[in-house]
Design a protein around this ligand. Structure first.
Ligand code: S3P
Length: 166
């Protein structure tokens, strides 16, 4: 098992948060979720923050949170757009093992279909969401140490697969 932090990246609905929790239990490492940190620090749910301040302000704060995380080896689960900033991609590559949780659009769309909390999905068509995923895909791949396709895996199976690669 690596002594470095493990960062989970991937699109909304790929299973980052759920898989991160199981990874934490199996590895004994603390789990930190950047979205949760964001809400603790800003005192506002992300959905409301987007409405009040917009995406750019969210991205700036999200970057601040990522760049100031603990040096203690941890499992770090990230927001789906963390890879949008070049600074973040550079930081990820330099800071630990980065696992891209890939997921087929039909699977994440099914998982997200009743989601009312993710601001970036609001009023978006399936085509627009797929398009967002396609645009991000090269950025996830560029940041990752390795990729695991979670489309047909249980949370437990995905966590086991990650551990076997550490
Ligand atoms: C976002 C994903 C969300 C959250 C915010 C923006 C994105 O996190 O950070 O709503 O840009 O993909 P999850 O990937 O955990 O849903």
């Amino acid at each position: 098992m690596t002594k470095k932090s493990i960062y989970l990246i991937g699109f909304m609905g790929a299973g980052k948060t759920s898989i991160g929790k199981v990874l934490g239990e199996k590895s004994g490492l603390p789990v930190i979720d950047t979205d949760e940190r964001f809400e603790e620090y800003s005192g506002v749910p992300i959905k409301n923050y987007f409405e009040q301040f917009g995406e750019e302000r969210f991205r700036e704060k999200e970057t601040e949170i990522l760049l100031n995380l603990t040096d203690t080896p941890s499992i770090i689960t990230t927001g789906g757009g963390i890879i949008l900033k070049e600074k973040n991609r550079k930081f990820l590559k330099e800071s630990g093992r980065v696992v891209f949780l890939e997921c087929k659009p039909e699977v994440f769309l099914e998982r997200l279909k009743d989601d009312l909390t993710r601001p970036l999905l609001k009023n978006k068509s399936v085509e627009e969401i797929k398009d967002m995923y396609e645009k991000r895909l090269p950025l996830y791949l560029d940041s990752a140490s390795f990729t695991i396709d979670t489309s047909d895996l249980t949370i437990e199976e995905a966590a086991e697969k990650i551990i076997s690669r550490m």
